[in-house]
Design a protein around this ligand. Structure first.
Ligand code: RIB
Length: 304
């Protein structure tokens, strides 16, 4: 099995549940409050760990309780965490999350130590990074660092998966380093600079990204599954209906599922189906890392 490495963010999620989201200026009574280990990078790593992958996390936490809890949770889930550094004088990344009665969320993040994952840090980690094969990136560490790390890794022929979340406009030079990009429709609109309303819009936006050098585009479509768009065709991999309680981290678990299946040398269609199942199952419990399914759960879900 190929080795997976996640380069990215580690947060503690401060989560309140509420029947509905407040309007601007409105105060509401929430229902519950929990803290859960989160961060798009660490979520991907824990999801891959629960799927029994060989996975390493590279990133930073602050010198505080949340940082220690985040590292402990990575380890408990089988993630190699010697690439996670504790940086003093800064907090661990924090995400303040509201989850409504439909399981949808609003998220505000404060990057903290994630903002200190810089190119010098990547240089210091390069030897151990190069021991891995498939790399997962997201956009909660500085964009310059993502760009720098991808460039270095691509020079060594590594496979790069980018989840462009939280979405932002990307420098055109970055696209040629990306083998797989996995936006949802909203993120696709931002990274491509095109309005997305229909499947034709998605295809045209994907063609633009391909012209810029991206390998394969996989557009996540929530309960509708995902679309694989290559220069040859568009393949729809349908999703499954589950009773979603909390969609936080669903995109992260999708990416982990994709990487894990590719690491096992499965084909792309099969890998996206597997990723769909991992993403769907992760919405059935509260919290991000807390809700990531095990390999047994995913296989039995696919069987059914
Ligand atoms: O994708 C979900 C994640 O986004 C949460 O865990 C939160 O930390 C934010 O980074």
């Amino acid at each position: 099995m190929k080795k997976i490495c996640v380069v990215g963010s580690i947060n503690m999620d401060l989560v309140v549940t509420t029947d509905r989201f407040p309007q601007p200026g409105e105060t509401l009574n929430g229902k519950e409050f929990h803290t859960y280990p989160g961060g798009k990078g660490a979520n991907q790593a824990v999801a891959a760990g629960r799927l029994q992958a060989d996975v390493r996390m590279v990133g930073k936490v602050g010198d505080d309780m949340y940082g220690q809890q985040s590292i402990a949770n990575l380890r408990e889930n089988g993630v190699k965490s010697d690439g996670v550094f504790v940086d003093s004088g800064v907090s661990t990344g924090i995400a303040v999350i509201e989850v409504d009665g439909m399981g949808e969320n609003h998220i505000v993040i404060v990057p903290g130590a994630n903002g200190r994952v810089d190119s010098q840090f990547i240089d210091g980690q390069l030897d151990s990074l190069l021991e891995n094969d498939i790399f997962l990136f997201q956009l909660e560490i500085p964009l310059e660092t993502v760009f720098y790390a991808m460039k270095k890794l691509k020079e060594h022929g590594k496979t790069i998966i980018l989840d462009p979340a939280p979405a932002r406009i990307l420098p055109v030079e970055i696209f040629k380093y990306i083998d797989y990009i996995t936006p949802n429709e909203m993120e696709m609109a931002i990274v491509s600079g095109r309005k997305i309303g229909t499947l034709t819009d998605i295809k045209e936006a994907a063609a633009l990204l391909q012209q810029k050098g991206v390998g394969t585009i996989i557009v996540k479509a929530g309960k509708d599954g995902a679309y694989i768009i290559s220069d040859k065709d568009v393949i729809h991999c349908p999703g499954s209906t589950v009773k979603a309680v909390d969609t936080t981290g669903a995109g992260d678990s999708f990416n982990a599922g994709l990487a894990v299946s590719l690491a096992r040398e499965n084909g792309l269609k099969e890998s996206v189906r597997f990723a769909n199942a991992v993403g769907a199952l992760s919405t059935m419990a509260k919290g991000a890392q807390n809700a990531m399914p095990t390999l047994e759960q995913v296989l039995s879900f696919i069987d059914k």
